[in-house]
Design a protein around this ligand. Structure first.
Ligand code: SF4
Ligand code: SF4
Length: 434
């Protein structure tokens, strides 16, 4: 059976990890991971009860990314669920910007959909921002992904402000049931309305990624991977991971979700080794989990089989049999991925090594620092302090790898460094355009 690109990358990475473990010491190695760790046993914490939310979902046919056709479909969908915008609102659009992929790779929310939503809100007199935190295994991070995914051009066209979440302040969230505490971008709290713009995709770990999963992008920079690592050796990791996803979703619940399911990503998602699949609809709802219920029904996935959807139902965020669908929901069965294997023994050690070698860490250039205090004041988990020479030192046991300090520093004295394996994987992804 031929290797998929993802499996090829994984095989290459594991080979290099086994080789490099004897010859290199990556920067991340020996710099302990965050000690703020939540309860890894997954004991439920306290959670505020949620008010009941409307469970109406609009499904609108949309067979192409022609900008006018998409705008008409978005307008009809919002009309069907009775959504209205108010002039003067500050609106934050949160697309799926997983990596520096192009629109035809179907891993990122299509710029025509983002453009249509920009147009809708600007025509209603709103001020629009577009924000996300992309993968950092490619040079350029989120700012680079805005360009590659065609979002930079959309923002220019509609006068929207781009907000790479690494340039924002972070807020500490202590309401998570399973992931607690954790940090998310402050940007979602600085806007009157957050509009979630997920892309319909399959996901090797989450099985399906839609409204709930897309909001995990409010966790900034490498923190996303750090939080994964807290739980990834649990024997029930794949089933469990839906719980932290819903913890984050509840903290940053959007007011509106519009899903790009014109072309989804079938098979081996969520990155560019999946298979684009024409699906031909846009979905909209003020209740993201309700939209996920409708979408799972459309692609033939049992709600109980998708951990985040199952958890959302369990928490009462949606009542699956009380979702009202406006429009015709097509039946477009997607391919169910095999379960993720839990690593044991040497493979687990290699996995840990790969993580340490791969995740980047912020490093201070002490010669370039002007002791301006900015990074110290802005680091949300207080991982930076001055040493006896009044130069910043980073406590890597407290640092969550959000990478915000890199943008906070006006002197460019903080940069991100990865181990040797990081460079190997970056090069492979660059060549294979993953
Ligand atoms: S040191 Fe930098 S990367 Fe680490 S938590 Fe603070 S701001 Fe984030
Ligand atoms: S923000 Fe930059 S210049 Fe200011 S104290 Fe931190 S490292 Fe030094």
């Amino acid at each position: 059976m031929p290797l998929s690109r993802r499996n090829f990358i994984r095989t290459v990475a594991q080979f290099f990890a086994a080789f490099l473990i004897f010859i290199t010491t990556p920067p991340g190695k020996g710099k302990s991971m965050p000690v703020f760790a939540p309860d890894k046993k997954g004991t439920p914490g306290k959670r505020k009860p949620q008010a009941p939310r409307r469970s109406e979902v609009a499904v609108e046919p949309c067979t192409s990314y022609d900008p006018d056709a998409v705008f008409d479909a978005v307008t009809r969908a919002l009309g069907a669920i009775g959504f209205t915008a108010s002039a003067g609102q500050r609106v934050l659009l949160k697309p799926n910007l997983i990596a520096q992929n192009t629109p035809d790779q179907a891993t990122t929310t299509h710029p025509s959909v983002i453009g249509a939503v920009c147009r809708f809100f600007t025509e209603h007199g709103c001020r629009v921002s577009i924000g996300d935190s992309s993968a950092f295994y490619q040079g350029g991070g989120t700012a680079g992904a805005f360009v590659t995914a065609g979002i930079d051009a959309v923002a220019k066209r509609y006068g929207a402000t781009l907000v790479p979440f690494e340039t924002t302040r972070l807020r500490k969230i202590t309401s998570g049931e399973y992931l607690n505490p954790f940090y998310v971008t402050e940007a979602v709290f600085e806007h009157d309305l957050v509009v979630n713009l997920p892309k319909l995709k399959l996901h090797r770990l989450a099985r399906y990624t839609g409204a709930i999963k897309n909001m995990y992008g409010c966790v900034v920079g490498g923190s996303k991977q750090v939080y994964h690592k807290l739980f990834q050796h649990r024997p029930d990791y794949q089933e469990f991971w839906g719980k932290p996803l819903v913890d984050v979703y509840e903290a940053v619940t959007p007011g509106l979700t519009i899903m790009d399911a014109v072309v989804g990503l079938d098979r081996d998602g969520p990155a560019a080794n999946g298979e684009p699949r024409h699906t031909g609809v846009l979905l909209a709802s003020s209740n993201g989990p309700a939209l996920d219920v409708a979408c799972c029904n459309m692609i033939g996935f049992d709600l109980e089989w998708v951990p985040a959807v199952r958890e959302a139902i369990h928490r009462g965020l949606v009542q699956a049999d009380a979702v009202t669908v406006h429009g015709a929901l097509p039946a477009v069965p997607y391919v169910r991925l095999p379960d993720v294997e839990v690593k044991e023994g040497i493979m687990r050690k290699i996995d840990d090594y790969v993580f340490d070698a791969f995740i980047m860490i912020p490093v201070v250039d002490r010669g370039a620092c002007t002791r301006c205090d900015s990074c110290i004041e802005s680091c949300a988990p207080k991982a930076i302090s001055y040493d006896t020479e009044k130069l910043p030192v980073i406590d890597y046991g407290t640092c969550i790898r959000c990478y915000c300090c890199e943008s906070y520093c006006p002197q460019g004295a903080i940069s991100l460094h990865g181990g040797a394996l990081n460079h190997v994987i970056r090069a492979a992804r660059y060549i294979l355009k993953l």
